[in-house]
Write a protein that binds this ligand. Sequence first.
Ligand SMILES: [Zn+2]
Length: 643
Amino acid sequence: MNHRRPIHPSSFIFHPLLLAILLAGCAKPTAHPNVLLITLDTFRADRVTARTPNLLKLAESGIDYTQADAAAPLTLPSHATILSGLLPLHHGIRNNGVGPFPKERPTLATVFAGAGYRTGAFVSSFVLDHRFGLNRGFETYDDDIARDPNNPNATLDAQRRGGETVDRALAWLRRSDPRPWFAWVHLYDAHTPYAPPPPYAQTYDGAVQYVDDQVGRLLGAIDRATTIVVVVGDHGESLGEHGELTHGLLLYESTLHVPLIVAGGERRSESAPISTAAVAPMIAHLAGLTMSGDDRIYAETDYPKSFGWSGLTSLRDGNRKVIRGTRAETFELPNESKPVETDRRLLAQLQQIEATAIAAGPSSVDEETRSKLASLGYIAPRNAKPSNEDARDMAPLFRRYQDAQAVNAIPQLQELVREDPSNPVFLSTLARAYRQAGALDRALPLYREAVTLSPADADAWYNLASALSDAGKAGEAKDVAAEAARLAPDRPEIHNVLGIALVGSGDVSAALSEFQKALVLDPRNARSYNNIGNIYRISGKLDAAEAAYRKALEIAPNYADALNGLGVIAVQRGDTKAAIDDFNAALKIAPSFYEARLNRAIAMRVGGDRKGASDELQQLLRDLPPGPAYDSQRTAARALLSR
Ligand SMILES: [Zn+2]
């Protein structure tokens, strides 16, 4: 879902009076104070307690906004709002994985950079990668987060511990520079999986304590007298409330209510509700600069739309809150379990705000995509329309989906597809489970169906292309990957999968150009280097191939494919001992990497160990899963044994 529509100027109703009230008593703008903005991912407001002493102490030393609400329960849209003061429907980043942030809109980074500040950002999740555009204005944007190249589908899950992010921020803060600084540090550890380092408990609260200790390290390293510190959550975590385990699907306070602390001036507790869209102008004001923001406590989530369900919006006024999907419910906070009579005035205001969105919600299917579907013979099932069910009604199904997808539980996923047949995410998750079980023949029809259900979704095309390549259907894979690349030309992984399909179709030079495009878009993509290595190896350019594999391993030391590539080169050079070491290293990382086992057997055979090779090949034939995915290895192993 990449919306690249022109940005139209939208009208913002920003009430300077309210901001003036909120800011009253804040420190008088001093000339160029340093500013440290810490964003706490997935952090519930009620977790600032005695068990998080650093945050608690900070809250007591500044203004503690006890009724702050995020503008979206999703990391990228919410951070885009915190940094810009724009609501998601005005900056246009309405889901994770989309972007980039509009180039003409100011953010805290561009405003501070313009005022002569040194600016640095240190983020902990790939979700905030520079490709999504929040890097603009930052001299340093440290998003150097290792991704697992062995699992290309895990890219959005890539993250690093807060400790590492803080280390890097501290190194940057220690640099000698006469300018004042603006630093943004993002701590992601409270996000699932709750896996802080020992001795912290492997729970949400254990992760929260770890995050608090990282905040403590940051605060201990700066001169508080000359620094304004702002801490804000990007969204909360539902922890089972309203039937939601994590965040993103619903708009209750369990995921919207976040900590907001502004330390550097007056001390007080502020209980007037405030949106995180007011944070950017507030910070700018404290530094004597100006930014506009939005004081309406609006929130939205488009995430349910990926499932074919309705998105949700909400608006809060005091303790009144309306949540709107296919129906509207009004709540009198803090009670969100039982709606009160509909507040027509608030509902009308909410609909007015919705009407100012800069981009249409659901993406439409253009003519080229339609003709591509037809030329490939993909026919949508009869009930191919999104169900548009209200996300609140689908929460139980979503929860079952989360459980089933975490462990690739095929029967449970089949059940979900039966219950919600026009849900493209359920279909592609079931397809992925089949694929991982080696049942490509069952996965492919489902991936094709997912494409017909959401033809404007580049991911659906990408997944299908990747599975088609695995199945050896290079021609179809090439067409499908080309459509994914047309829909989302800036996605490096799509150029990688298109390149692989081109290799399969025998067009090596076109493939090389796709891999190079991927590398331009993402210079730290280990998979691109590995693919380039494969191309050079096929072309007999062994030195260039080795250099590319080594580059991939420099970025991702535990990359089984690249080790396998090095092993193949070593065999070609006649160094079977080095080759066997490389294959062993690959297999230590990925024990069921059958191609590496086959290659190891070949190396043994070339090195004169006929018996070892033959044992290995026979064992491999016993271990290879059935199905077309491993036919080429099966055929090769049999051919070698018969010689
Ligand atoms: Zn988040």
